[in-house]
Every structure is written in C-alpha cells, then in structure tokens.
Design a protein around this ligand. Structure first.
Ligand code: MGD
Ligand code: MGD
Ligand code: MO
Length: 752
C-alpha cells in the first residue's frame, strides 16, 4: 500500500494500547496523577468514565483498562489551561483559523468569558454578569420559541432534569440534542414494534448469547470495554457475525491488556467468526436477505410469533416479493454469504443484535432498524436470556438525558407529571430538533442559542450553513469544559461558561455532591469526581442551570438555588416525575446502581396493544442503490484518536494512518476506474440538488473497502453533508452515505 498506510497486523489492544495510553497521559501533563485518576473510573465510589455509554462490569471488579477511556479522562483531567491570558493573546478571528485539535489542546477553560466585538477577543466577566446578560436576552424575546437549548450527552441526569424544567418554564420544547445526530432512528423505530426505545439486553445476556451480530459499529475504537465481553463470548464458542464495509481490527482480533499471556505473546483472541464487508448503506437489503433465508428455511419461531406478535403475514409477503438479485445488488453481498450468516442465526438458540452509527446515519435507518427488530422477533430473540436488541449508544449519559426529558417531542404524560409536580403548564408544541434548529437560527437573526456541552458548530451537518446560522444569532452561550469550534463561531453576543467535569469534586452548601447517569443497558448509577476543580471559578452544570433559571424567571416558584445545595433534592423531584425512578435517592446508593425496567425484556406488550409488531419495509429500487458511474458513496467515520469533534492526535492506529486526518479511503478498483492514484490529492465534492459542497485536499489511501464506497473522518467532512440529506422520519443527518464525486485538488489545504 502507498502513502504511509501500513495495515495493522497485530490484535487490537495489547501493548500498543498501553503505550498509547501512556502517551496520552504524558501529552496532558498528568502521567503520575493520571494513573490515580484512572483507577477511580467506573468504580463504585468513583466517577463514570466520560468515554462512552458501554456499561460497567461488576462494580467490585478490578479496574477495566480501556485505552480510549484513558484518553477521554486524560483530556478532561489535563494539566493544561486556557486562561484569560490566553484569550487576551489571541483574537477570535485568529483562533478561527486553528484546527479542532489545536483549539482543544489549550486545555481546560478557567473562567467565564464574554466576546468583545471591539477587540475581537473574549474578555473575562463575573458569573453574575453572565447570568444577567442571559436573562436580559431571553426576557427580551417576544416568543420563547426563538430560544434554542442544545444538549450533548455527557450532561448528568440532575443537570438535564433541571435544564428541561427551566426551559419548559421559560416556555419552549426547543431541545435539539446530540441524539438527533446519533441514535434518534433507534428511538423512533423500536417503540413502534416492541414498545420501548432502548436496548433490551444486559451484560448478563452477553454471557449467555450463542451468537452476537454486530452491524455498523466499531467497538475497538468507540467502546473498547465491549471487546472484553466479545473476547469472553468468542472463547466459549459464541459466534460473532459482523456486517461492516471496513475490516475493523478491533472486531477481528483482540489482546486483552489484562491478560498477561495475550499481552506477551501478542497473539490475542479471534473475535469475528464471520465478517461480511457489505456495501455502505447495504444493511436494509442485507437484513432482509437474512430474514428471507430464515423464512425460506421455515426456521421462524411459530409459537413465539403466534403468542406474541402481529403482522407476520405482511412481513412474510413483503420479503417473499424481494428478489435475491435485488438483495445482492442492494447489499453488495452474495446470496450464499447471506444464507451462511442466516444459518448461524438459525443455529443459535439465543442471539444478540448490536448496532451503531453505521446503521443510524442513513436515509433508510428507521426501516433498517425495524428490519433488525423483525429479524429478532422472527426467532423469539426478545425477552429471552442471552438474546435481544443492543443499540450501542455513544455519549456516556445520552440515554439518561432523554429519560430526564431532553426531548423536542416530549410525551404528554411526562409533561403532565412535570406540570403537576412544579405547578405550571408546560408547553405542548413540539420543538426544534438539530436540523430544524439550524434552519431556525439561519432564518431568525434574533435567536438565543444555549448549548449544554458539545460542539454544535463542528458536530452538525452542512458546516458552512450551520456556522452562518450560529453567526446569525443574537446570543450564543456555550457551557463547556474545553475550547472548541463553537466558541469561535458565535453570535453577536457570546459567552463561554466553563464547568466542572466528571473527574472533579463538586462541593456545594450541602457537602460533596454526586450526580447520576444511565448507561446503554439502562443501569442508573452514581458518579462522583475526586480531583480538585481545574480552576476555582468553575461551576457545576446543575448550578449553572439553576442560576440561569433564577436570573431569567424571577417569578418561578421553583427554589432553584436551594435545589442545587444538595442534589438529593433534585433527585427527589426526578423520583416523582420520571417513571421508573421512584425512591431514587435510596435505590441509586446500591453499588452499581439499579436497572430500569424494560417491558419488552419481560415480553410485556401492554403498552402497544398486547403484541409486538413486525413492520415490513420495501428495498430501494436497484437503480437508487447503485449510484451513477462516477458517483461514490462516502461514509464518515471516527479515527482511533478522537472523541467526536475532540481530536486527540493524528494516529488511526488500526487503519494504519499516522500524522494526518485529511485522507480518503478508496478501493483499488475505483482508483483504476477513475484514473486516480494512491497518494494523490483530491477535492471531495458532494452532489445534491441545491449545488455543490467541497471538502478540499484529501489524500487518497488505497484501502480494502467495497468498490463504489469511500470513507473519511468526521468532522472534517461535515461540510459535505447537505442539511436536507437525513433519515426519513428521524431526521438524523445521513452522514454515512453522502453521494460524492472526486476531482484533482485545486488548492492547498484550506483552513479547518
Ligand atoms: N474513542 C471514542 N469513543 C467514542 C466516540 C469517539 O468518537 N471516540 N464517540 C462516541 C459516540 S457519541 C458514539 S455515537 C459512538 C460511535 O461509535 P460507532 O457506532 O462505532 O461509530 P463510527 O465510528 O462512526 O462508525 C461505526 C462503524 O460503522 C461502519 N460503517 C460505516 N458505514 C456503514 C454502513 O453503511 N453499514 C455498516 N454496516 N457499517 C458502516 C464503519 O466502518 C465503522 O466501523 O462511540 C462513542 N464512543
Ligand atoms: N459527519 C458526521 N457527523 C457526526 C457524526 C458522524 O459519525 N459523522 N456523529 C454524530 C454523533 S453520533 C454525535 S453524538 C455528535 C456529537 O456532537 P457533540 O456532543 O455536540 O460533540 P462532542 O464533540 O462530543 O463535544 C465536545 C465538547 O464537549 C465539551 N465537553 C466535554 N465534556 C463536557 C462536560 O462534562 N460538560 C460540558 N458542559 N461540556 C463538556 C467540550 O467543550 C468539548 O469540546 O456528532 C455527530 N456528528
Ligand atoms: Mo453519538
């Protein structure tokens, strides 16, 4: 292979993972202190790792080593600081030319800052002045729907609950959140079929599964602790079946750094027993191919279907109308491959199906997820030990934030309980999701945009349009731990409000506070930091929300400041409002916390009329899934050295990339067909009905990827994702299937 791309032939994990962790600690200046911090991650009296939403094993077990967990914690516990002196030394126009990595590398934010247009700099201001400014701008709006409140998924349950209460008392449901770009299609698809929008498995099921199917997920990078479960499963003979256009090293072979023999021999354990490199976007066809093969073999579980399901005939009819030719064309897999995978499914008495962003970020994602649930129901794999649906969430509390009411389309029953608990009438009009929020900001120069964490300017699609929309706002407020693009792409007025992170001590009048989070398998547990705050001026997220609310809503009867003296008081209210949280304070004290009830897991279908439902979906016509000859389908992925928009470094170890991020993975066949050579610089041009979007200067890297498909890192490629290109119904940006064309690079690398 060309241009510095050396395929990685060792197992994932192993010595290299340890070495990379040490490098991360050294880079953040916390090599000694960091080790102590790490030992408290995901421990009963420690903090919840901000890395991902994968659940913790036994809370009493020893520390679970996780390379990317170390990087996430180190990035927060860093010794570096972005102080007022730093902001005095750089204009915002200058900072806007820096890369995402350079911005985050400045370290933790230390005090509240306000944009000063005269000097084009951020200047310090007091917290009181910051809250007064927010209150003034919000109160000046003639309509509460002109304010937008974004949430990223690290926000704790307590902060999220207070935040949605504040915003609803203010009068809007404008709650775009990172879920809108992530597992929204999952939350749309599953309730219609099984009555719940969350995964139905726990870690105990991973111990009993006989087959685990993994669609569009890269746990070696994004959920490394999942590899430990897969390793155990593989060693006891469980089949692991992967559908992914890229051969991800972390799904093929893993050496657990905890196991000295694997570490020293460097051999590791083989994970995937079957690996299918389907076309990008080929999953809907592939899953229906599996269903067709199961039906043709007469291997459906008739008794389960008879007792528990409805609309089986519609599914059977729809699938029998699909031809194997269309399935092969749509999936890029052969009938024989799909029959082989279906046989693994048929032979397994208990199967888990996992999925990630490779499934959700497509136009037909809701249909694909409903097909995955159809596949599970077909053989009774919901509500059986060792079996079930496992959507693998991203941010460590993204699932909890939704549970707490961060939802632009809240259920009426939730609003009723919220209203009666606090004696007000919450708004019922649906609010803006992420895409609608961008459109609204672009259209209304008076918008107030407040972000609880995250990096809206970089994470969202159609970067040029989104950034123009942010610049159009009257006020942008970013509640953040570290400097990022959303601070340098701002409204006429702009505030940066620095907050405590997970690893830090949160001291309030009532003593040291813990918050709570919910993981991807619905375990709710406590998280308490133990490092001194990065700066004495930081406030906790709940306190920031309470003080915004107290300043903005002087007539509110909620005792905002009293509630945040002791977060037990917030949890008391959560227990009254949120179903499943009764007696919250007592139950969450159990080591490891408690599991939220999941009706589907108990085969209780009372919430959906007494039966689970098959929902059939037609395939796209063959010509729609096969793009025009010079068009390629671009999927945007994460490197091993990033956390979403936070770029830790330039090394994507398992894919053999080092020292750069502007690379485009492309098949040898496409290079030949398009008369291109590896190492050449190209501009990527996305093709859409409202004109071209260009991402300049990407280096071609020849890669084992199906012909017609290319891959590149996000967020650099978000400039290519048209705002109108999103999942049907769920409106998740279709950032894993962007129609693009390549042309020889016209320019040197442009600014970020
Ligand atoms: N270290 C680290 N951890 C993280 C994150 C991070 O950025 N870094 N992000 C967090 C967040 S918010 C999330 S949501 C998760 C994301 O975790 P993942 O869901 O793993 O997300 P991605 O890396 O975007 O893509 C997953 C996989 O989808 C494959 N893929 C691409 N297109 C297709 C397709 O059309 N079909 C199929 N079947 N596969 C496809 C890619 O090859 C890749 O292996 O991880 C969380 N954890
Ligand atoms: N093209 C493309 N676009 C995508 C994706 C993709 O795969 N492809 N993935 C999408 C997905 S799955 C997601 S979830 C979104 C992510 O979207 P976001 O959640 O908006 O983005 P992050 O990069 O996770 O946010 C990073 C910032 O969060 C702040 N932060 C970190 N910790 C804390 C904390 O404890 N409190 C507070 N208040 N702030 C904190 C820091 O300032 C940091 O700069 O991106 C989406 N965008
Ligand atoms: Mo995500």
């Amino acid at each position: 292979m060309d241009s510095g791309n050396k395929p990685y032939d060792k197992p994932a994990g192993g010595i290299d993972a340890l070495a990379s962790s040490v490098r991360a600690l050294r880079k953040q200046g916390i090599l000694g202190k960091g080790a102590k911090t790490m030992l408290r991650a995901n421990q009963p009296h420690g903090f919840d790792c901000p890395g991902c939403a994968w659940p913790d094993r036994n809370p009493h077990s020893t520390f679970q080593f996780c390379e990317n967990g170390v990087k996430a914690v180190a990035a927060e516990a860093t010794a570096r600081r972005a102080t007022a002196a730093f902001f005095a030394a750089h204009t915002v126009s200058e900072l806007a030319t820096w890369s995402d990595m350079e911005l985050e590398d400045q370290g933790r934010l230390t005090e509240p800052m306000r944009y000063d247009a005269g000097s084009d700099r951020y200047l310090p201001l007091s917290w009181d002045d910051a809250f007064a400014l927010i209150a003034r701008e919000l109160q000046a709006l003639d309509d509460p729907d002109r304010a937008i409140f974004y949430t990223s998924g690290r926000t704790s349950n307590e902060a999220a609950f207070l935040y949605q209460l504040f915003v609803r008392q203010f009068g809007t449901n404008n709650f775009p959140d990172c879920s809108n770009m992530c597992h929204e299609p999952t939350s749309q698809a599953m309730p219609e079929q099984i009555g719940v929008g969350k995964g139905t498995v726990t870690l105990a099921d991973f111990e009993q599964a006989q087959a685990i199917f993994i669609f569009g997920q890269n746990p070696g990078t994004n959920h490394p602790r999942m590899l430990g479960e897969l390793r155990e499963a593989a060693r006891r003979g469980c089949r692991i079946v992967v559908f992914n256009p890229l051969r991800e090293r972390g799904l093929e072979r893993f050496a657990d750094p905890k196991h000295p023999v694997e570490l020293l021999t460097g051999k590791g354990t083989a994970l995937a027993s079957h690996y299918y490199t389907l076309r990008v976007g080929g999953d809907l066809a592939a899953v229906n191919g599996l269903i067709k093969a199961v039906l043709e073999a007469g291997a459906e579980d008739r008794q389960f279907i008879h007792e528990h399901c409805r609309d089986f005939e519609q599914l059977a009819d729809a699938v029998s109308a699909m031809s194997w030719r269309d399935i092969e064309q749509g999936s890029g897999l052969t009938e024989a491959e799909l029959r082989e995978a279906a046989q693994v499914y048929i032979d397994s008495p208990a199967t888990i199906v996992c999925w990630g962003m490779g499934i959700t970020q497509h136009r037909r994602s809701v249909a694909t997820i409903q097909s995955l649930v159809n596949l599970l129901l077909l053989r009774g794999n919901i509500g059986r030990p060792g079996a079930g649906a496992c959507p693998v969430r991203g941010h460590s509390n993204v699932q909890g934030d939704r549970t707490m009411g961060i939802n632009e389309k809240p259920a009426a029953a939730f609003l009723d309980r919220l209203g009666s608990e606090f004696g007000f009438e919450p708004p019922h009009r649906h609010g803006h999701d992420t895409i609608a929020a961008i459109e609204a900001m672009a259209a209304d120069p008076g918008t107030v945009f407040i972000a609880m964490g995250g990096n809206f300017a970089a994470a969202t699609p159609d970067s040029a349009r989104t950034q123009a929309a942010l610049r159009n706002c009257a006020l942008t407020v970013q509640i953040s731990t570290k400097l990022n693009r959303s601070h340098v792409v701002h409204g006429r007025e702009a505030l940066i409000l620095p907050c405590l992170g997970r690893t830090e001590i949160d001291m309030q009048a009532g003593g040291m506070q813990a918050v709570t989070v919910e993981d991807s398998m619905s375990m709710v547990h406590r998280s308490a930091g133990m490092n001194p705050p990065a700066s004495p001026y930081l406030l906790s997220e709940p306190v920031i929300v309470a003080r915004m609310a107290a300043a903005t809503l002087p007539d509110s009867r909620v005792p905002w400041l009293w509630l945040v003296e002791d977060y037990d008081r917030i949890r008391e209210h959560i227990g009254h409002v949120v179903a499943g949280f009764e007696d919250f304070n007592a139950r969450v004290c159990a080591p490891g916390g408690f599991h939220l009830r999941n009706a589907a897991r108990e085969r209780d279908w009372s919430g959906i009329g007494g039966r689970a439902r098959f929902i059939a979906h037609a395939l796209d016509p063959a010509d729609a899934s096969m793009p025009a000859p010079d068009l390629l389908t671009l999927t945007t992925i994460r490197s091993h050295d990033q956390y979403n928009t936070t770029v830790y470094g330039l090394r994507d170890r398992y894919r053999g990339i080092d020292g750069e991020r502007r690379v485009l993975f492309i098949a040898a066949a496409d290079l030949a067909r398009l008369d291109l050579v590896a190492g050449q610089q190209v501009d990527i041009v996305s093709v859409w009905d409202d004109g071209e979007r260009v991402a300049p200067s990407f280096k071609l890297v020849e890669y084992d990827i199906p012909a017609g498909c290319v891959a590149a890192y996000y967020p650099e490629t978000n400039v290519l994702v048209p705002l109108g290109h999103h999942a049907d119904r769920a409106r998740t940006p279709a950032s894993k299937s962007i129609p693009v064309r390549l042309r020889a690079a016209t320019d040197a690398v442009a600014a970020p």
